[in-house]
Design a protein around this ligand. Structure first.
Ligand code: GRF
Length: 192
């Protein structure tokens, strides 16, 4: 896809924790020019703080028991179908979607990752960037494929790593740009 279909896209955001990117996407979806509606939040974690944003904004949410991944994915696919979801945005979702899931969903799945991909796939990105004495870090929004943190890059933004940065301060800097990057990447992806 990557093109509009004459109406706003029904979007589902998948989270596992804090949900600050979910909040930025909810805010973006409320701008008149945005072409997405957030209709559904999926979390694998009932303690996920981000669920409060779904509640506050009256967005339907489902907590998915992931003790059996196959079953969990089948349940999620059912909810996606029921809510006619056109687009998934992963935002701090700590489960890897199977290739079967990606194939069956058929529509695009986006993810935000806190590094300048292809550098630092996986976890502990900030620690690794600092350890390697990188001058820059950043965030990437990309299409999801069955390989972790690969898939076409839609948009990236850099931040400078200063000598004084720790894992925590860098994480904060990167998160701040993530909140602008995800909406900007969706705009670019949808060519609006
Ligand atoms: C973000 O850093 C995102 O890039 C990564 O997980 C974190 C989620 O943060 N995939 P939040 O839950 O959106 O606050």
């Amino acid at each position: 896809m990557g093109k509009l279909i004459g109406r706003n896209l029904n979007t589902s955001v998948f989270i596992s924790g804090r949900g600050s990117n979910l909040l930025s996407l909810i805010r973006y979806s409320k701008i008149q020019k945005s072409k997405i509606n957030i209709n559904l939040v999926i979390s694998n974690n009932k303690l996920s703080k981000g669920l409060k944003y779904a509640k506050k904004n009256k967005i339907k949410f489902h907590i998915i028991n992931y003790s059996k991944k196959n079953h969990a994915e089948r349940v999620i696919l059912k909810y996606l179908k029921k809510n006619k979801i056109d687009l998934i945005c992963l935002a701090g979702f700590m489960k890897i979607l199977s290739s079967g899931f990606i194939r069956k969903f058929k529509n695009p799945i986006l993810n935000i990752h806190p590094s300048l991909l292809p550098k630092y796939k996986g976890l502990n990105t900030h620690r690794r960037a600092i350890q390697n004495k990188d001058k820059f870090s950043g965030a990437t929004v990309h299409l999801v494929t069955s390989k972790l943190d690969t898939g076409k890059i839609i948009l990236q933004k850099k931040v400078r790593i200063s000598k004084a940065d720790t894992e925590q301060t860098l994480a904060k800097k990167v998160l701040k740009i993530e909140h602008k990057l995800y909406p900007a990447a969706i705009k670019k992806f949808l060519k609006v």
